[in-house]
Design a binder for this molecule. Structure first.
Ligand SMILES: O=C(O)CCC(=O)C(=O)O
Ligand SMILES: [Fe+2]
Length: 209
């Protein structure tokens, strides 16, 4: 099933909020996708993406990463993420629709997407920067959220200053310029009983060969 993205094309251009982060460029587009359409996409992604339980090696042990993941992209987009080497699955029609809308907004030829499924409050992503060499200097990362709102925390690498943005259902967050060199970001666990959240982070990988 291929879903349309916007009932109103102008919704894609709704004015973003620029987050007050020195030495970074981060824009937040609330309700970038209507709530109804975002519901439909969430259901389609939950049921059709080839979700994997990846593991990470830490202190000599293999631990499950606390979320499910799927990696899609153009065939050449091999991606190393926190020690995991991910070969891309092909684009699904729904992922391709959202990718194209992100390309339109950001003017970046995104060629891959990491999908994360946070099934409940105990799923999380530890603080990190999207600074792998494959992303090149000052990468633009476009992050689309479906489902439960979760706080997205930025932490300045030198000063330790923190800023939190709640990422809502149907929102788009765009990180660019020197965001990755100056900040870490992550999603903390919560003991609250909350629903699932799917996040798509679109990236443009460059060849590092
Ligand atoms: O789920 C999120 O909003 C964050 C995802 C993220 O930081 C990543 O995939 O690198
Ligand atoms: Fe990230």
């Amino acid at each position: 099933m291929q879903l349309p993205l916007f009932t109103d094309a102008k919704a894609a251009k709704n004015s973003p909020i620029t987050l007050p982060l020195p030495e970074a460029e981060v824009r937040y587009y609330p309700q970038w996708i209507s709530s109804e359409q975002a519901n439909d996409y969430q259901g389609v992604f939950e049921s059709t993406l080839p979700w994997r339980q990846d593991t990470i090696r830490m202190y000599g042990k293999y631990l499950d990463v606390p979320r499910l993941q799927a990696w899609h992209g153009d065939p050449e987009c091999l991606y190393k993420y926190s020690g995991i080497k991910l070969a891309p699955q092909p684009w699904t029609p729904e992922l391709a629709v959202i990718r194209d809308k992100c390309i339109e907004v950001c003017d970046i030829p995104f060629n891959s997407v990491l999908a994360n499924w946070y099934r409940h409050g105990q799923d999380s992503m530890s603080m990190h920067a999207d600074d792998e060499p494959e992303l090149g200097p000052n990468p633009v990362v476009a992050s689309v959220t479906f489902g439960e709102s979760r706080p997205f925390v930025f932490k300045h690498k030198e000063t330790g200053a923190r800023f939190t943005q709640i990422l809502e259902h149907g929102s788009l967050l765009v990180m660019g310029e020197t965001t990755q060199s100056h900040y870490l970001h992550g999603i903390a666990k919560t003991t609250k009983h909350i629903g699932g959240r799917i996040n798509l982070t679109f990236r443009h990988l460059i060849s590092t060969k």
